[in-house]
Structures are given as structure tokens and as C-alpha cells.
Ligand binder design. Structure first.
Ligand code: MGD
Ligand code: MGD
Ligand code: SF4
Ligand code: MO
Length: 762
């Protein structure tokens, strides 16, 4: 599908003579983090083909097979098109006004009786891929007024937010590999050739990694599985799941031991180098080798190669986050980048300069209030708040544990926690016991089928797009706005309007509060925040003047205009007449290239000290837990996940062309482990953990290391209206993941390295 490959769809009813009605439109693909530019051909209101936009400034025509899903979602007859309201136990179609009234009645009754904390919200992954999630979700959450906020972040990247927040002062100041210029890339726990990259926004991973090797660079992958990326790398290092922090600590130890610490120009901006050296003393290569199952000589060599490379980057992703020592591993990735002088250097690990919304581009540069967690704690397990959220692994117990403050009502937006969070069975039972549940989604999925009201979000092509979040993590600075390709269904609101209406209801303004007024209030609030921010480019300006300059635009485009204009490339409302505005951006339908990443230290920092904090006390303290694990050499099987190019978490399985072919939801087992247990390829196995057990098809493969088994997540479809997905159900691996196992600093669930037993089913 690379380089302008196209996907043609047969559209019933489209006549070849309708030339005049044929048009093409450009749209960023919202399905994964790669942000590819799509060229969509529409005939008579229906999508007939999706191809890569060759002129897209970032993706240059690249797309993956999933791009077809964007068109398929639009047409899918199983997608929810009108609100559904539960009546006599069944979800029945309703008008929008009926649905909002029902939301007000249901939530109002719970909140009036039990107070705000009786409400929980779960926000799923697609919120990170859209303009509604970026600009309106936080307002809805604030209106909810509850501390019971949960999201997919604690099933994903929360450890990286914590380590970045502590080191650099802002949780989204995440250094990304300068992929197009690096000479050495060390990847841990990521498989960008299947995932297309994560916390590293870059279309065409295969092309970029190939070019890295063509220019003489080296690619090393640390993974318990020989993944597709590992297969294409110069070296694959197999590692025992959950031990990346051990490996990285011993690599840093080696740098100190061998005099290879060379921060170079970073030196004046770093604090805590000695403290790191002292804290890492127990983690010698010999001490970690038996835990990681990586030889001490290999650990030393990996460190030396990293230090010797002219320009190198260390990059860790889901395998290093969703595990027992997720925050430590995320921290040590950047400790290595700093100690080798690769942090903030071209070809190293760099901070993007995003056009919109990046806190590290706003306000006074170089110093800030820093970052802290634990402003409140979860009721049952007393786990700390992080970024205003509680761990998703706590959601079920907050619902099913009686007592003061118990959650009795839930709003889900773009999520499917029944398939994505640990101890799925407990969560599903908890959902069934809620007094009220409201979901905003495209589908009746395994989670939303428990809702009392489902408010259908429009499909991607019917809405405008700007990647507020993902472009803060891009390997090149770009900006790209796409208007909607197709109109909304008649009478249907856009998702930002749905979030506004929900916010209005939660704020007590009622189900009938007009969207325009709610939206005006938000625009006014955001303008006021911008002019009040010290060091902002519009500090002290008159809010009404700015609002007048934003008129007559409304909705997300007005907010995008505001954030572009106060951002680092913006016109600052006239102060820089050449600067960026929404109008100027929209005049570049293939996107706007703002150049390669640039060194940003020290301005990028928002730490109290104004330095990169290499040894934040909570992280150093957590090393004690890591040290304790050095003596733990269990021989049992550990379960990890994996991703497939044609799948997307739990929700693209209703697209026929993407799920065709051999069964993908299999248990991968090494031949030695299979032999010991009498497992045969294509046979069945029972996999059991502390919390549950599943029966699944076995795939015997040398690609996985002995002692490790793998099942992909997002499967286990049942009880929904998705006909294609129901025909390819697979099993839910999160029936095995243990909700009690979390990384304590971030609350991230341990989804990789789950202890399991496996037996043959005859
Ligand atoms: N065992 C295991 N579990 C995992 C993982 C793992 O690796 N292993 N990975 C974790 C990770 S990284 C993530 S991000 C989570 C994902 O977990 P979730 O975010 O809970 O779920 P998704 O499967 O992404 O489902 C997204 C839902 O949003 C809906 N949707 C899509 N687009 C939109 C939209 O624009 N608006 C609205 N309102 N709805 C939309 C889809 O129909 C779908 O129902 O899973 C996590 N769970
Ligand atoms: N095709 C496709 N693309 C996707 C998604 C999808 O579901 N499908 N999901 C999107 C989302 S939400 C995300 S967050 C990203 C994730 O993007 P990636 O982080 O690239 O995710 P994976 O492909 O799951 O790769 C994780 C790798 O970690 C390995 N691993 C497991 N445990 C450990 C461990 O303890 N240590 C080490 N070193 N490795 C380990 C696994 O074997 C696997 O190869 O992908 C995004 N892109
Ligand atoms: S790589 Fe990601 S963004 Fe690009 S076409 Fe595929 S799913 Fe869409
Ligand atoms: Mo994710």
C-alpha cells in the first residue's frame, strides 16, 4: 500500500456515468498515530476510493491497509446512526432530544442522590485522535466535577507522562527519536512496523527505518518476541518481560563504570547526574543478567555501542510502559539519552515544537511549576491521581465496592474498557450493576452494550481534523487541518456538540441549553486563560478584542485558530503579521511543513530548577522496588501482547477486508514450552492466571522466547451488533490481566508480563 497505493471500493448504486458528481478531498487518517494524508474520492456522496496523498507534506503518499477502514466505517451498516435509549431492557432508537433528556434524567437522579463522586467518566483512545477530544473533552470532564476520571492512558503511556513530567516539568514534553537523522536507534517494547509508531508520530515507519539503515545507521530491538521490527533490525535482543528497567539501569551503570558518560553541551542543563550514578550502583550487568535473561556482555556492548554512535536515540513504548516497572523504564530511556549527550541533539531524542497546544511552547520558557501526582487518591485502593485521572485498573472496584463515594453512574466516550482493561470479567459485571451509563461511540461494542443511552459520534470523514496531541510528538514539525469530506447525517450533531451538550447537562444548565452559548462560553474561557498566562504571546491583551478577531468562526475551528495564533508560529493576533492563523493553515490542504526538529534546551523546560532533573526523588525511591526484584528469578510463563498491522485495538474488527485470512488471535508459544505441555500448532490451549482463564488456538513459533507466551488484545467479541466482528470473535486477553497489578507511580496496568499457566485442551 506504500507510495500512493490505492484501495478501490465497490459502492452499490454508484454509476460510472456520474463523472460530474466525482470529487476528491483530502483528510488526515485518524486511525493510528502516523497521521497519513488520505486522498478520498467521493462519487454521489459515497466514497469510491482512498489513496495516499502524494503531496502530503509528512506522509508523501504512504498509507497502510487500514486506511480502507476510514471508508468502511462511513458505510458500515452496523454503525450506530441514531441515539439509542434503553427501554424495557432493550436499546431502542430515539431522537437526539429524547436521548439528551434521558441523559439528564438518569444522571440527574444519581448525582442528586449521591453527589458528584458517584459519577465516573472513562475516555478511550480515539479521543487522542480528534479535534473534539482535544478541545472539548476536558470541558466536559470539568463540568462533571468528579475525581473519578479514567482513561486509556493508564492502559498505555501514563508512565512516560510521569517520567517526562518529573524530568522536564511537563507531562507531554516527551522526547521523540529524530528518526530521519539518527545513526543508531535502540527500540525497546515497540513494534512500529505493525503499530506504525507511537509517541513518535511519523508516517511510513518502514521507509524511515530502511533509510536509517541505508545511511549506515544501526537498528537494535529489545523484545521478548522477534517482532516484524526485530526481524528487520540489525540486532534483536530477547528479554524477559517486565525487565527493561533492569537492562537500562545496567546500561547506564556501564556508562558510568567505563567513563562513557558524555553529556556534552547538555552538561549545564542537567542536574542529578551523581545522584543517578549512586542510585544505580546495585544494577551491575552481572546482577541484571539472570533477571533479564540477557548476558552481561551483551548489556555492556549495548551501552558501548550507544555511547559510540555519533547520534543515537533510545526509544521505549508499550512493552516498556504497561509493565511492573513502567515509570522506571520510561525514565531510564531518557537517562540514557541524556548521559550519552543525545537528548535534544539532532539525530538524538528531541522535543518537537508543535504549532498547537504544547505546554512547553507556552508561557515563560525554561522554568515552571514542575510536575506532581497524588493530589487525591482512589477510594478503594488509595492509588494516586496522575494528570487528574485515576488508574483504569481501579474502575471496576470503584463501582462494585460498597460504601460512601461508590461510583453508580458512568459516561464512556470512545472507549471499550471491557476489552481493553485488566480483569475484564470483573469490570463487565460491575457495569451491569450501574444505575446509569451513557456512552458516546460509533458502535454498540462490548462496553457500550451496557449503556442506558448511546449517543452516536459521527464517522471520521464527516468531521474536521487536526492532530492537536499527536503533532506534539511528531518527528518533524508540521501542521495539518482537514475539513470534513462528507456532511453529517441529517439532524446529527458533531462530536464536539455532543460533548458540549453533555457538559451543559452536567453543569446543571439542562438538556436544552443551546450549543452556541455553551461554545461561546468555552471560547471566552480559553481566550481569558491565554491572556492571563504569564509569558504568553498575548499576555495582558483585551479578551474581547481577541474574541472579535476570532469571529465569526465557531466550534473547533475557532479554538484551533486561537491556539494556532498564540502558539510558537502564530500571528499573536497581529503582533507578528506573517504568523500562522487558521485561515493560512487551511490554505495548505496537504499540510504545512514547519521544518525539522530543533534543539530546545533550556527553553523547553518547565521544572522548578530550570534544569533537566535526572534524579527525581520519586523515581530514585522506586529503584528500591527494582532492587528487590533482582532476586526474583521465577521460571513460570509470562504473557505479553502484540499488535497486527490490520487491527486497531478493539474496534476495526467489523471491517471485512481487515479481518479476513488466518486466525490472528492466537496464543504464540515457543516450541520448547509447547513440547513440555503437549501443545500443538493449531490445537487448543487453556491459559489461566490469578483472575481468569481462556481457551485459545495455539501457534507454535520460534519467534517468541522460551518462558513467554503472547495473545493480542482487543478481541473477544460477543453480544454486540457488529456482525463481521462477531464472526471473528477471538478471545479477550484481558480476562487474564490482573487488575491488582499496576506500576505504582503511574497507576498503569501491568498488561505485559502477566504470570500464566498453559495446558493443552484435548
Ligand atoms: N492486554 C492489553 N490490553 C490493552 C493493550 C495491550 O497492549 N494489551 N493496549 C492498551 C492501549 S495502548 C490502549 S490505547 C487501549 C485502548 O482501549 P480503549 O480506548 O478503551 O478502546 P478501543 O479499543 O481503542 O476502542 C475505542 C472505541 O471508540 C470508538 N470510536 C472510534 N472513533 C471514535 C470517535 O471518533 N468518537 C467516539 N466517541 N468513539 C469513537 C470505537 O468504536 C471503539 O468502540 O487498550 C489497552 N489495552
Ligand atoms: N496496527 C495497529 N496499530 C496500532 C494499534 C493497533 O492496535 N494496531 N494500536 C495503537 C496504539 S493505541 C498504541 S498505544 C500503539 C502501540 O505501539 P507499539 O508500542 O509499537 O505496540 P506493539 O506493536 O504492541 O509493540 C509492543 C512490543 O512490545 C513487546 N513487549 C511486550 N512486553 C515487553 C516487555 O516487557 N519488554 C519489552 N522490551 N518488550 C515487550 C511485544 O512483544 C511487542 O512486540 O500502537 C498504535 N498503533
Ligand atoms: S499508518 Fe495509520 S494513519 Fe497511516 S493509513 Fe495506516 S492507519 Fe492510517
Ligand atoms: Mo494505546
Amino acid at each position: 500500500m506504500r507510495d500512493g497505493g490505492s484501495i478501490t471500493l465497490t459502492t452499490p448504486g454508484a454509476t460510472p456515468s456520474a463523472e460530474a458528481a466525482t470529487r476528491t478531498a483530502l483528510r488526515t487518517c485518524p486511525l493510528c498515530e502516523a497521521t497519513c494524508g488520505l486522498e478520498v474520492t467521493v462519487r454521489d456522496g459515497a466514497v469510491v476510493s482512498v489513496r495516499g496523498d502524494r503531496d502530503d507534506v509528512f506522509s508523501r503518499g504512504y498509507i497502510c491497509p487500514k486506511a480502507v477502514g476510514v471508508a468502511a466505517l462511513q458505510r458500515d451498516p452496523d454503525r450506530v446512526r441514531t441515539p439509542l435509549v434503553r427501554r424495557d431492557g432493550r436499546l431502542e432508537p430515539a431522537t437526539w432530544e429524547e436521548a439528551y433528556a434521558e441523559v439528564e434524567r438518569l444522571l440527574g437522579s444519581v448525582l442528586d442522590t449521591h453527589g458528584r463522586e458517584a459519577l465516573a467518566v472513562y475516555a478511550g483512545n480515539p479521543n487522542a485522535h480528534g479535534i473534539a477530544g482535544a478541545f472539548y473533552l476536558s470541558h466536559m470532564l470539568r463540568a462533571a466535577g468528579t475525581r473519578n476520571i479514567f482513561s486509556a492512558s493508564t492502559l498505555d503511556q501514563m508512565p512516560k507522562h510521569v517520567s517526562s513530567g518529573l524530568m522536564f516539568g511537563a507531562p507531554l514534553s516527551i522526547p521523540v527519536p529524530d528518526l530521519d537523522r539518527t545513526d543508531h536507534l535502540l527500540i525497546l517494547g515497540a513494534n512500529p512496523l505493525e503499530s506504525n509508531g507511537s509517541l513518535m508520530t511519523a508516517p511510513d515507519m518502514r521507509g524511515r527505518l530502511r533509510r536509517l539503515r541505508e545511511r549506515g545507521g544501526r537498528l537494535v530491538v529489545v523484545d521478548p518476541r522477534r517482532s516484524r521490527t526485530a526481524e528487520e533490525a540489525d540486532e534483536h535482543v530477547a528479554i524477559r518481560p517486565g525487565t527493561d528497567a533492569h537492562l537500562l539501569a545496567a546500561m547506564a551503570w556501564t556508562l558510568f563504570d567505563e567513563g562513557l558518560v558524555a553529556p556534552g553541551r547538555l552538561a549545564p542543563h542537567l542536574s542529578g547526574v551523581d545522584a543517578v550514578r549512586d542510585a544505580l550502583a546495585p544494577f551491575t550487568p552481572e546482577a541484571v543478567a539472570p533477571v533479564c535473561r540477557v548476558e552481561a556482555a551483551t548489556v555492556r556492548r549495548l551501552a558501548r555501542e550507544l555511547a559510540a554512535a555519533p547520534r543515537a536515540a533510545v526509544y521505549g513504548r508499550i512493552g516498556t510502559c504497561t509493565q511492573e516497572f513502567g515509570t522506571l523504564a520510561s525514565w531510564l530511556v531518557d537517562v540514557l539519552n541524556a548521559l550519552t549527550g543525545n537528548l535534544d541533539r539532532e539525530g538524538g531524542a528531541m522535543f518537537p515544537t508543535a504549532a498547537v497546544g504544547a505546554r512547553n511552547t507556552l508561557g515563560r520558557p525554561g522554568r515552571g511549576r514542575g510536575f506532581a501526582t497524588g493530589r487525591w487518591h482512589s477510594r478503594v485502593r488509595e492509588l494516586p491521581e496522575v494528570l487528574g485521572e485515576l488508574p483504569a485498573a481501579c474502575l471496576a472496584e470503584e463501582i462494585d465496592t460498597p460504601g460512601e463515594g461508590r461510583v453508580r453512574a458512568l459516561i464512556t466516550c470512545a472507549g471499550n474498557p471491557v476489552l481493553s482493561s485488566p480483569n475484564a470479567d470483573r469490570l463487565e459485571q460491575a457495569l451491569a450493576g450501574l444505575e446509569a451509563m451513557v456512552s458516546v461511540d460509533l458502535y454498540v461494542n462490548e462496553t457500550t452494550r451496557h449503556a442506558d443511552v448511546i449517543l452516536p459520534a459521527p464517522p471520521p470523514l464527516s468531521r474536521a481534523h487536526y492532530d492537536v496531541l499527536l503533532l506534539q510528538l511528531a518527528v518533524r514539525n508540521i501542521a495539518h487541518y482537514s475539513p470534513p469530506v462528507l456532511p453529517l447525517e441529517p439532524g446529527a450533531p458533531d462530536e464536539w456538540e455532543i460533548l458540549l451538550r453533555l457538559g451543559g447537562i452536567l453543569a446543571g444548565q439542562g438538556a436544552a441549553a443551546p450549543v452556541e452559548a455553551l461554545d461561546d462560553a468555552i471560547a471566552a474561557q480559553e481566550v481569558e486563560r491565554s491572556v492571563a498566562l504569564r509569558g504568553s504571546r498575548v499576555e495582558g491583551r483585551d479578551p474581547s478584542e481577541l474574541l472579535a478577531l476570532l469571529a465569526p468562526r465557531r466550534g473547533p475551528e475557532r479554538l484551533l485558530d486561537l491556539h494556532l495564533r498564540v502558539g510558537p508560529y502564530g500571528d499573536a493576533f497581529g503582533a507578528d503579521p506573517q504568523g500562522l492563523t487558521f485561515e493560512r493553515l487551511a490554505a495548505h490542504p496537504h499540510g504545512l511543513d514547519l521544518g525539522p526538529l530543533r534543539p530546545r534546551l533550556p527553553d523547553v523546560l518547565r521544572t522548578v530548577s530550570g534544569t533537566v532533573e535526572l534524579a527525581p526523588p520519586p523515581l530514585v525511591a522506586d529503584l528500591e522496588r527494582l532492587r528487590g526484584s533482582l532476586s526474583r528469578l521465577s521460571g513460570g510463563l509470562l504473557l505479553v501482547g502484540r499488535r497486527h498491522l490490520r487491527s486497531n485495538n478493539s474496534w476495526m474488527h467489523n471491517v471485512d477486508v481487515l479481518v479476513r485470512g488466518p486466525e490472528r488471535c492466537t496464543l504464540q508459544v515457543h516450541p520448547d514450552d509447547a513440547g513440555e505441555r503437549g501443545l500443538v500448532d493449531g490445537g487448543r490451549a487453556r491459559v489461566s492466571s490469578r483472575v481468569g482463564s481462556v481457551e485459545i488456538v495455539v501457534e507454535v513459533t520460534e519467534a517468541i522466547m522460551p518462558g513467554v507466551v503472547s495473545i493480542p488484545h482487543g478481541w473477544g467479541h460477543q453480544g454486540t451488533a457488529m456482525r463481521v466482528a462477531s464472526a471473528h470473535p477471538g478471545v479477550n486477553t484481558n480476562l487474564l490481566a490482573d487488575e491488582q497489578a499496576v506500576d505504582p507511580l503511574s497507576g498503569d496496568a501491568v498488561l505485559n508480563g502477566v504470570p500464566v499457566t498453559v495446558e493443552a485442551v484435548t
